[in-house]
Design a protein around this ligand. Structure first.
Ligand code: AMP
Length: 121
């Protein structure tokens, strides 16, 4: 996988507002927040998309959710709730091809994210 912006953040080649780091994961504020709280949790391993997750990545992908839940608790929004989502490929809205879990909080989230106008003939 080629180097993405997120590898550069892991390697401290570009700055980010880092909220959490351990051996396997990093969490940092999204540069273009879509909610009062918006950060990304990424694996240090460069996995491009959900489609590229392999058997050996199961633990690290699960770990991203544990990091999200820990930060939600530490930052005080676990109980009121939040959205944790991964976009995959163009139709999913993915723009950076290094796996990342968006964590959005601080206001009620809408659902569904997309509504088709159904034709009834
Ligand atoms: P996605 O569209 O799901 O691939 O999400 C990529 C996210 O990365 C977007 O929400 C961007 O705002 C965010 N982003 C892009 N560049 C940076 C950066 N340098 N630091 C923090 N977040 C970034």
């Amino acid at each position: 996988m080629s180097d993405t912006l997120f590898s550069k953040i892991i390697n401290r080649e570009i700055p980010a507002d880092i909220l959490y780091e351990d051996e396997d994961a990093l969490a940092f504020a999204d540069i273009n927040p879509q909610a009062p709280v918006h950060f990304l949790v990424i694996p240090k391993k460069p996995i491009a998309t959900i489609n590229d997750i392999e058997e050996e990545d199961k633990a690290v992908v699960g770990h991203l959710y544990l990091v999200a839940a820990k930060l939600a608790k530490d930052m005080g929004f676990a109980e009121e709730g939040y959205r944790a989502v991964m976009n995959c490929n163009p139709y999913g809205g993915q723009t950076v091809y290094h796996l990342h879990l968006h964590v959005l909080a601080g206001k009620p989230m809408g659902w569904p994210p997309y509504q088709e106008t159904l034709k009834t003939e």
